[in-house]
Design a protein. Structure first.
Lengths: 149, 286
């Protein structure tokens, strides 16, 4: 059984079938969509975590909503200096993790990142692609903890 | 009395406007080199080609640069000949543009320039970017006879000797990295250095001192004050610059060599990721 939710699995499957050139083009297309995953004016969230960490070039804001079926939906706002690959991963994760439960989110391993990004693009100074998943998991975990006590 | 300084090699630094006026010059090749590995794909100067510092300039197995035959093949495939003037630009205040320029110089390609302010300045000025890939006819680039490691590149042994002889060593990293307080660049993840500090005898002169907030290089007079008046460096000094992996120090190498006219500057590309991990390499901390 896959460790990945269905939506993320579909994206991974798409990328695994691409050539290097197609992979780059598709990542750019996802990066171009990053702004559509930003929170909208007036939108209310169950949890917000906006900060700039030491290991990141710019701020990253994670916004979380849990619906009545206990499923999570995310918005992400990135500072202007965030790398293109991180912006691509933002779109991928917002789509791929949409509607996931907290329990399933915790189980997702990071090993899907190179399947999407490819070995050539994963290198020193591109490690913030992993950072984004960590931030999303942390936001969900903190929110869960605060709401069960 | 105010002294009037010009850059030692003013022709090596061109403005964005100059690039606009020369976009169609067949004797030029514009090259973008970035840290953000997908940035070129999101849009670049018309006609600019992409040279990636890791994919195109580094040996895929051993930590070293490509061999002369690979450099010749790279240039040939991009339509670059020894007569082509290559204009480099990129992100991060032209860190990787200077790095790529330095590598081109390593193989003896002397017709090189930097677009002042890099990619950010171009965008700030509202100038256009395109996604079209340039079409350049392949050309013949003869295989360089040697790689100029002895002239502009330093290795561990050279840095060690420089330290022992108390000759100028410039550490261009942040003050926190120099002191050993941190082992990674500010705003970057750890790149695997086991020890913090600096090479004994090195002077801290962060690369950032050489640029304005918009990423352009400071004036010749300002640079003279920073590197020569304050630190007492002289253009004939045998000098080695280092950082973590050689990109920030190549930026400083460009400043010293082209803007201030220093004659014997070498870039220690092994830099702190080598020195700080090497068994028994001496380290100083503040």
């Amino acid at each position: 059984m896959s460790d990945y939710p269905q939506k993320l699995s579909s994206i991974i499957f798409l990328f695994e079938g691409l050539s290097d050139l197609e992979r780059r083009e598709t990542l750019i297309a996802y990066a171009d969509q990053a702004k559509t995953h930003e929170p909208k004016e007036g939108q209310v969230f169950d949890f917000e975590d906006v900060r700039k960490d030491e290991e990141c070039t710019d701020s990253v804001g994670i916004y979380l909503i849990r619906d009545k079926h206990q499923r999570l939906h995310f918005k992400v706002k990135l500072g202007p200096h965030v790398q293109t690959l991180t912006r691509a991963m933002t779109s991928i994760l917002c789509k791929g993790l949409d509607g996931i439960t907290n329990e399933d989110l915790e189980k997702i391993p990071q090993d899907f990142v190179p399947k999407i990004v490819g070995a050539e693009l994963i290198r020193a100074r591109s490690q913030t692609v992993y950072y984004l998943l960590t931030r999303i998991k942390t936001a969900a975990r903190v929110w869960e903890r605060r709401n069960t006590h | 009395m105010a002294l009037d300084f010009n850059y030692a090699h003013p022709e090596a630094l061109v403005s964005t406007q100059w690039v606009v006026e020369h976009l169609d010059d067949p004797s030029l090749c514009i090259v973008e080199s970035n840290e953000d590995i997908l940035l070129y794909d999101t849009g670049h100067l018309q006609g600019a080609l992409h040279i990636d510092w890791r994919r195109d300039l580094q040996d895929p197995v051993v930590r070293d640069y490509i061999q002369p035959k690979d450099f010749a093949a790279l240039c040939s495939s991009h339509g670059i000949t020894p007569e082509t003037t290559v204009v480099f630009y990129g992100d991060k205040s032209n860190w990787w543009a200077c790095y790529a320029l330095w590598v081109f110089r390593l193989f003896g390609h002397t017709k090189v320039k930097i677009m002042n302010g890099g990619r950010d300045k171009w965008i700030l000025e509202g100038r256009p970017l395109v996604r079209d890939l340039p079409e350049r006819e392949p050309a013949h680039y003869p295989v360089p006879l040697v790689r100029l490691d002895d002239e502009i590149r330093a290795f561990y042994e050279d840095a060690w000797s420089q330290s022992q002889k108390k000759q100028p060593l410039i550490d261009v990293r942040s003050p926190g990295e120099f002191s050993g307080e941190i082992t990674h660049m500010p705003e970057y993840p750890q790149e695997g250095v086991l020890r913090g500090g600096h090479i004994p005898g090195a002077h801290s002169l962060p690369w950032k001192l050489a640029v304005n907030p918009d990423g352009t290089f400071k004036s010749a007079q300002e640079l003279h004050h920073i590197y020569q008046q304050s630190l007492g460096l002289k253009p004939n000094d045998p000098l080695i610059a280092y950082c973590r992996i050689g990109e920030r120090s190549s930026h400083t190498w460009f400043v010293l060599t082209y803007l201030l006219g220093f004659l014997h500057v070498r870039n220690y590309d092994g830099s702190w990721t080598e020195w700080g991990n090497r068994v028994r390499a001496p380290i100083e901390r503040l």
